[in-house]
Write a protein that binds this ligand. Structure first.
Ligand code: ADP
Ligand code: MG
Length: 449
């Protein structure tokens, strides 16, 4: 059977294109990226949760039907979000090996030159550059943390790209913490017969530069923490450069062995903040230029920059949508009405995904409180706290009137809502507080999953 995700996807696209509108095809189907085939499922990645939900609802059955027509042995299509991509890393690599594709490890466009620098990331960008220029001596380890879609992976690839030009003789290893874990598990399994561990260690401990992306996931496995610790030491004491990224600072990765936390904090810890309005505009301009668009009006750039505040990947996605919408309808992307039309869809879908129930369910699951308790009049501490967090998140994520929120939370009035919101705001002002960490965790899982 043809096992090549890319080939399958290409022929599937051709089959589906005549069946949907040009707009649909361009905006929803075309941007999907085929990754691999696992257990006869074709795995494709979409750029956002919103897109995933929409595609599953509207187009998945057509896609599946066409897939089975052309490839009767295939079981179906599985759509995943970028966050889940790492889970498939192993399969993606296997497939690449099979295809014998000699692609560069580092994404070419993720360079320092293409990285827009502003207030929120100036320190981090300078540190990454300095680390690449002064390997092992300046900032070691360099620990970069920050929210989803703010450029952590981009910076790691920028270091890799820089080194492959300037110091091509060096062995530069980039790995996600999931891949590291998977490799380790496989090595341990393989150990008796084939010297699996020996091979594993020869990859990671002989690196001149080791970059581990999204290290927060190692919290899950003890054996991985152990191996990271020894790998870290081997490299560190040989003055090899180590760069680590995470969605949170070391002290918030839990559980994390104390000795690892100390190691991670032993060099430079730098956070990559959320871009302010001006910087979002600057990023949009850069991305537009990359699409050979030089005349997008400030008004349109402003509308887009206003729409997405904290995720640069989404910001890019919006720009692409507006541009393809303009192309398809043969209107100008500087036509504000067109832009609003293009964005309306997007907002509706987002609001469809994040609902008040959705927030309440996530908080309940996280704090192990039942929904009926949370919405009741009960005032015990175990219930009041999650309830306040919930109210805070609803005010933060949804544009819902305060009275309606109060109504939903057991018929409380809007002053109670304001009180709860302010209380949580106060608590999370100290970003080390327990509440701040909990809120961040919950928010991440609402926004990502
Ligand atoms: P993270 O790893 O932090 O989740 P990524 O590095 O994957 O985020 O970045 C998401 C997208 O946003 C990428 O396409 C990246 O090129 C882009 N991006 C992030 N920060 C910047 C920046 N400062 N300048 C230009 N593009 C950026
Ligand atoms: Mg990343």
């Amino acid at each position: 059977m043809n096992n090549n995700a890319y080939e399958i996807w290409k022929s599937l696209q051709t089959a589906v294109e005549p069946l949907v509108s040009a707009l649909t095809f361009d905006i929803w189907i075309k941007p999907l990226t085929p990754l691999c085939v696992v257990n006869d499922y074709l795995i494709v990645r979409t750029e956002s949760n919103a897109a995933k939900t929409l595609i599953e609802k509207q187009y998945l059955s057509t896609l599946n039907e066409k897939l089975k027509e052309a490839y009767p042995n295939m079981a179906g299509i599985e759509i995943i979000t970028p966050v889940q991509e790492a889970d498939f890393q192993l399969f993606i690599e296997e497939q690449q090996k099979e295809e014998d594709v000699k692609s560069d490890v580092f994404v070419q466009k993720y360079t320092f030159d293409n990285f827009v620098v502003g207030k929120s990331n100036a320190l981090v960008a300078a540190a990454a550059k300095a680390a690449a220029e002064n390997l092992g001596t300046k900032y070691n380890p360099l620990f970069i943390y920050g929210g989803v879609g703010l450029g952590k992976t981009h910076l790691l690839h920028a270091i890799g790209n820089y080194l492959s030009v300037n110091k091509p003789q060096l062995k530069c290893v980039y790995v996600s913490s999931e891949k590291f874990t998977n490799d380790l598990i496989e090595a341990l399994r393989d150990s008796k017969k084939n010297d699996g561990m020996k091979r594993f260690r020869s990859v990671y401990r002989n690196a001149d530069v080791l970059m581990i992306d999204d290290i927060q996931f190692i919290a899950k496995t003890e054996s991985t923490q152990e191996e990271v610790f020894h790998t870290f030491n081997a490299l560190y004491f040989a003055s090899k450069q180590i760069v680590i990224t995470s969605d949170r600072p070391p002290r918030e990765i839990r559980p994390l062995e104390e000795r690892l936390r100390t190691r991670f904090e032993g060099g430079l810890t730098a956070d990559i903040g959320q871009p302010d309005f001006e910087m979002r505009v600057a990023i949009l301009k850069t991305k537009a230029r990359q699409m050979e668009i030089y005349d997008m009006s400030d008004e349109v750039l402003g509308i887009l920059a206003q729409k997405v505040q904290s995720n640069i990947r989404e910001l890019e996605g919006l720009l692409t949508k507006v541009v393809s919408f303009a192309n398809l309808t043969e209107r100008s992307y500087n036509d504000v009405n067109l832009v609003n039309d293009a964005l309306k869809d997007y907002k509706d879908y987002l609001e469809e995904i994040i609902t008040i129930d959705n927030i309440v369910d996530t908080v309940c699951a996280y704090s192990k409180v039942s929904k009926s308790d949370l919405l009741s009049k009960k005032k015990t501490k175990e219930i009041v706290e999650p309830r306040q967090i919930c109210i805070y998140l609803v005010t933060d994520l949804l544009s819902m009137p305060l009275t309606a929120i109060g109504e939903y939370f057991g018929g409380r009035d809007h002053t109670t809502v304001i009180h709860a919101r302010n209380k949580v705001q106060e608590l999370i002002a100290d970003e080390n507080s327990q509440t701040a960490i909990i809120v961040k965790d919950i928010k991440n899982s609402i926004l990502q999953r």
